[in-house]
Design a binder for this molecule. Sequence first.
Ligand SMILES: Nc1nc2c(ncn2[C@@H]2O[C@H](COP(=O)(O)OP(=O)(O)O)[C@@H](O)[C@H]2O)c(=O)[nH]1
Ligand SMILES: [Mg+2]
Length: 205
Amino acid sequence: MLILELETTAYTAEQFPSLDVPQVALAGRSNVGKSSLINALAGRKKLAKISSTPGKTRSLNFYRAAGDGFYLVDLPGYGYAKRSKTERGQWAALMDVYFQKSTGLQAVVVLLDSRLPPQKLDLELISFLQRESIPLIAALTKADKCKNKDRSRVQRQWKELLSPSAPLILFSAKTGMGKQTLWAAIREAAGMETAISDQESEANG
Ligand SMILES: Nc1nc2c(ncn2[C@@H]2O[C@H](COP(=O)(O)OP(=O)(O)O)[C@@H](O)[C@H]2O)c(=O)[nH]1
Ligand SMILES: [Mg+2]
């Protein structure tokens, strides 16, 4: 079983733990379902706080994957409209330091709302990652809310924008769809050996 332990919550760069540890970060717009995804991966309801007031999380949360030892890093959500210019500046500055210093960063899971067409801020993040040659894993969240007939269209749209090597995973924290596939992609990106017993047949396509 996957065990995630919250090791560090960092509001400033000084609070970052050692960033040469292999790590995979999670990024997405505020309210995209990042906390829910972390809880679903860990099989715990309250590991990451699910906020009813969007845009609240300003910290980077470093979760340690027990056994494997790598970090799953929950980056603060972006694109929350009610945030002030100063706050957005602080967010950007903290992200800059994180990306500069995280020598152990192996990949970023970009969370994208499966019900929405590609959004400007998501595309900006994606081009940033592509420019920096940081491998990307796309998770299309809230897939339980995306109608069957819309799924393939959304997937097609993203496939055109992403590099062919980027995994594109339909995910639902509610039903567990894509959970094993995403976790396998994260472990592989983090340089872990894939577990041979981890065979699964999920309807991801
Ligand atoms: N139906 C459905 N709702 C979800 C899913 N994931 C998150 N949500 C809801 O979306 C809202 C934001 O979720 P949260 O995990 O706090 O998003 P965050 O701001 O990205 O961390 C909450 O009301 C969640 O219950 C999902 O897979 N399915
Ligand atoms: Mg959250």
